[in-house]
Ligand binder design. Structure first.
Ligand SMILES: Nc1ncnc2c1ncn2[C@@H]1O[C@H](COP(=O)(O)OP(=O)(O)OP(=O)(O)O)[C@@H](O)[C@H]1O
Ligand SMILES: [Mg+2]
Length: 262
């Protein structure tokens, strides 16, 4: 008699997670998550529809996943995110790791073709679990802060300043100044909450800002964060996309009911 263990393509000796966490990021974990994902006929159709729509010229940009508790929304959202973002996972692109998962599903070659159409797109995916985020400054700022983090900047006022320096084409100069002033790379300096304030101030000073101008600038950012709004976020995204005009930014966010109440 054939046992279930033989039918399944996943190894039952592996630890099966009972909740899917959208912010888990180790490459090994991602690889295991992709390799444990089961593509049912229904999931196959949704994948096909989604990827086709994504690569079309559709203007609607929001997608809502709904389903019963534990029905696989988070897991599916995470897989879509990997397929779109296509990060390298232990030396192999996520899309290549995912494609074997659709084996045996009806229309597998059509689904594969739809997924491969994503190769012509350039995407950045920001994952966040809203329930785990600090949303004290509002959802718009939370999304922006996660974009900052995704871009490699800090997720606070200093990250906002890094972002603007980057948009103005002054970020490399800024980093060179920090290195020559402190003898350490900015990437290291900025990790320290204790140092970042002091370094930011001294680099701005080296870049020609007076003490008063820096204080004014700092106050402008403080105010911008305290009344950050959806329209402010839109404006920041537009500035970013004007610079990166071949890029599509996708936010995958889980536990949205928390966010909707805002
Ligand atoms: N396609 C799939 N392949 C393999 N396992 C799956 C799949 N979909 C869901 N599961 C399993 O079901 C569990 C629940 O999935 P998930 O956390 O994505 O559900 P959910 O709809 O987000 O739940 P909740 O409503 O509680 O947020 C996962 O831990 C996973 O083990
Ligand atoms: Mg979930």
């Amino acid at each position: 008699m054939t046992t279930i263990n033989e039918i399944l393509t996943l190894d039952l000796k592996d630890d099966i997670k009972n909740v899917i966490d959208l912010e888990d990021w180790s490459e090994l974990e991602i690889q295991q998550e992709i390799e444990s994902y089961i593509v049912t006929e229904g999931i196959g159709r949704h994948l096909y529809d989604f990827t086709n729509q994504y690569t079309s010229n559709i203007k609607e940009t929001g997608v809502w996943l709904s389903g019963f508790y534990g029905s696989g929304k988070s897991y599916f959202g995470k897989m879509l995110g990997y397929i779109i973002d296509n990060p390298m996972i232990n030396g192999t692109p996520a899309r290549e790791r995912f494609i074997p998962r659709i084996k045996g599903v009806s229309d597998e070659s059509l689904i594969e073709l739809a997924i491969r159409k994503l190769d012509a797109t350039n995407n950045r995916v920001v994952f966040l679990d809203v329930a785990k985020q600090n949303t004290d400054r509002g959802l718009a700022f939370t999304l922006f802060a996660n974009l900052l983090k995704n871009l490699g900047f800090r997720d606070d006022i200093y990250g906002y300043m890094e972002f603007d320096l980057y948009l103005d084409g002054k970020y490399d100069d800024f980093k060179a100044q920090a290195k020559s002033l402190e003898g350490t790379d900015w990437e290291e300096l900025k990790k320290s909450n204790r140092q970042v304030a002091k370094v930011m101030r001294s680099v701005f000073s080296a870049m020609g800002y007076s003490e008063a101008e820096y204080t004014d600038t700092f106050n402008v950012y403080t105010a911008a964060i305290s009344d950050f709004s959806a329209s402010k976020f839109k404006a920041e995204l537009e500035k970013y996309l004007a610079l990166k005009n071949d890029e599509t930014v996708v936010f995958v966010f889980d536990e949205a009911s928390e966010a909707i109440s805002q």
